[in-house]
Design a protein around this ligand. Structure first.
Ligand code: DAH
Length: 349
């Protein structure tokens, strides 16, 4: 039979012994080794306790209780040292961290020039009291053509190379359907602008199958051509500067009567037609560039949605955003907008 007294002594000796060695454990891994040495399955405590079965029945519970106390004491000692070491590790790593170092700058994207110009144009018209509206890119024949005074056999339909989806559905060829949709949704006075994508079966240096337009509509009592001129002149002056000259040239659109195209003095040569004696290529020496189509709303368009044409009149206009962006930023090739060359796009940030 083992000696209970010596077993208890051995147990008690573990605590001061372990405590004395704690300071030597200077890292978390060394501490873990120490923990295993004392508390592991084959560790010092376990080894002493392997003598338990040979104790007398009176001594066994006494030794068992002591073993538990020793285990708790050892665990507390080791955990205490552990949090000490952990705190030291944090302090040490913070001492290596320099909060004054400059951060890494994340790569910042920028808005596409088409979005920039679209936002800018919308801002100008919102400032004039217009409201921004949007409509579907998949339209039906009625909104895209018929309600705009272009019946099925109308020759003006040939002007648009339409991408058809089915017999009666198509990708809108212009934003003008929004004239009709706005009249259906609102009562006069109406002042809306509608930016968005439009589609045509066209692809060469100056045409892409998808591009962007903005449509504008104003309807009220007593709206006249003077209101149209005033509004569009104010718009041009805000977008291209107050010195820009504006010219209204008679034209034809099925949905407006009378119709006009608006030219502005060339942004490249300032309207002179030449730069340093060289012919200006942007205006082809005319001194003028066309930027939009417009006119007084044709009564037939208003009648298509049962508007009282005796009481109300209005004007409409439409412009291509890529074209305005090319003029504004001096971009020579339409395809630049759609190639997504980062070196091109970065210039607009
Ligand atoms: N829808 C025409 C086009 O795509 C542009 C246009 C011209 C719109 C005259 C209008 C307008 O509202 O009055 O070429």
């Amino acid at each position: 039979m083992s000696d209970a007294k010596s077993l208890l002594q051995e147990l008690e000796g573990l605590v001061p012994e372990c405590e004395a060695r704690l300071d030597q454990a200077s890292s978390l891994s060394e501490l873990e080794e120490l923990r295993i040495e004392y508390l592991g399955r084959k560790g010092r405590l376990a080894k002493i306790m392997s003598g338990l079965p040979s104790l007398s029945n009176e001594d066994k519970p006494v030794a068992g209780k002591k073993a538990n106390e020793v285990k708790t004491a050892l665990t507390e000692l080791i955990e205490g040292r552990q949090s000490q070491l952990e705190r030291a590790a944090i302090t040490e790593s913070l001492s290596r961290f320099d909060p004054t170092m400059p951060g890494r700058t994340p790569h910042k994207g920028s808005l596409h020039p088409v979005s920039l110009v679209m936002d800018e144009i919308c801002d100008v018209f919102v400032g004039l009291g217009f409201e921004v509206v949007t409509g579907p890119e998949v339209e039906n024949d009625w909104y895209n053509f018929e309600a705009l005074n272009m019946p099925p056999d109308h020759p003006a339909r040939d002007m648009q190379d339409t991408l058809y989806i089915s017999e009666s559905f198509l990708l809108r060829t212009h934003t003008s359907p929004l004239q009709v949709r706005s009249m259906q949704e609102k009562n006069p006075p109406i002042a809306v602008i509608a930016p968005g994508k439009v589609y045509r079966r066209d692809s060469d240096i100056t045409h892409t199958p998808m591009f962007h337009q903005i449509e504008g509509v104003l309807i009220d009592e007593n709206v006249s051509m003077a209101d149209l001129r005033g509004t569009l002149t104010a718009f041009v002056h805000q977008l291209f500067g107050p010195k820009t000259e504006v010219r209204f040239r008679p034209s034809f659109f099925p949905f407006t009567e009378p119709s006009a195209e608006v030219d502005i003095s060339c942004v490249m040569c300032g309207g002179k037609g030449h730069i340093d004696g060289q012919p200006c290529r942007v205006c082809k020496q005319t001194g003028w560039v066309e930027i939009l189509g417009c006119g007084m709303m044709d009564p037939n368009v208003m009648k298509s949605v049962d508007y009282d044409t005796e009481k109300y009149s209005g004007f409409a206009f439409g412009l291509g955003i890529e074209r305005v962006a090319m003029l504004k930023y001096g971009i020579g090739d339409l395809r630049m907008f759609f190639e997504n060359d980062i070196r091109f796009l970065e210039q607009f940030s």
